[in-house]
Structure formats: C-alpha cells, structure tokens
Design a protein. Structure first.
Length: 195
C-alpha cells in the first residue's frame, strides 16, 4: 500500500476522516522506517528447532557474491559426482553455510548431508552440520530476495532474546533448474549460542 492510497480518507465526512488519515500515515511511516517497504509485503514464520548433528560432504571456499551461483553449482556437481563414485546418495537437500558477511570475499561451505561419515577427496571433505538449537524460517521466492528472510529472522531473534553463533545456513529445498524462481524454497537457519 502506498501513502497516496490514503488520500480518499481526507474527504471522509465527520471528524474521524482527517484523524484516521493521520493515524494511518503515522503507522505506515513507522512500518517503513522499522521494516522497509519490501519487508511489509512478506511474513515469515520464525521458530527455534532442535537439530541432531548431521554428517556431510562439503567444499569450503571463498568467493564474491557475484560468483556465488557459479561456485555453488560447480561444488554441488563435484560432490554429487564423488558420492556417485562411492555408490552413495545425499541424505537430504544441498546446503551452504556462510561464516562471514563480506560480500566480496564470502567464506562459504557448500555441501550435502550424508547418512554416515565418508572419506574426503581433494577439496571435498568429510564434515558435519552441527547439532543443537537453531532459529529458522522458510523463504519462498527468488534467491535475490532472500535478504528479506534474513532481516525478518534477525529481528525475530533480537525480539526473543536469541543470539547466533555467527554462521548462517541455507538449505535449498528445490532445484532452481526445475523450479520457477518465485517457487524456490530456502530454509534459513542460524545456530544459536547456548546460555
């Protein structure tokens, strides 16, 4: 809703017309200031979950955000190929773990969960997605709009007294080569510090 959509209220008969315009205008400005216009359009269900540790096969690398799609694709393909050589299948959807926020030099771990510990090869390493409590939400839509989910989850954590360990996980629940961008689903999870 844009502010100009409030204009018809000004001509409303009775003493409430102009007052309600002022109230709505103040509320709208508050929401824009505290959430941003795009964040107002999407609501995220945020929650805390307890997760078990999960063995994984992953590649840890650094890349600028502009090259991230290509780096993720190559890494996922290399890990899938190696799992195939071992006669293994992923135990779940692919993930990326981000260990910093430097968009020109992201420290990222890219991988798949596996059912048991497996040997590494070259830059593919045996790893583990840590267990414990995580704050999480589901983003549905293009990857380019995922920042809205991060903002919503961060606000929710702050409002509820939770603190992240510093890592952020994205789990890609469907395949971008087979799914329209507006239907892509990404689970975001922040491992939480224990009290």
């Amino acid at each position: 809703m844009a502010l100009n959509e409030l204009e018809p209220l000004e001509g409303t008969a009775g003493p409430w017309g102009c007052r309600w315009k002022g109230v709505l205008e103040a509320w709208y400005n508050f929401l824009i200031q505290n959430m941003g216009e795009k964040d107002m359009m999407i609501s995220y269900q945020c929650e805390v979950q307890e997760r078990a540790a999960q063995p994984a096969m992953s590649i840890r690398t650094r890349a600028p955000v502009q090259e991230l799609g290509q780096v993720l694709g190559k890494s996922f393909a290399a890990i899938r190929q190696y799992l195939g050589e071992l006669g293994e299948e992923p135990a779940g959807p692919p993930f990326a773990a981000y260990y910093n926020e430097d968009m020109q030099d992201l420290d990222v771990e890219i991988g798949f969960p596996v059912s048991r510990g497996l040997p590494g090869k070259d830059d593919i390493e045996a790893s583990e997605v840590p267990g414990g409590k995580v704050a999480t939400c589901l983003h549905t839509g293009p990857y380019s709009e995922i920042e809205q989910a991060y903002n919503a989850l961060s606000r929710w954590m702050q409002d509820n007294g939770y603190e992240a360990t510093g890592a952020a996980y994205e789990v890609y629940l469907n395949d971008p080569s087979e799914t329209p961008s507006e239907e892509l689903q990404t689970q975001i999870a922040f491992p939480l510090k224990t009290a």
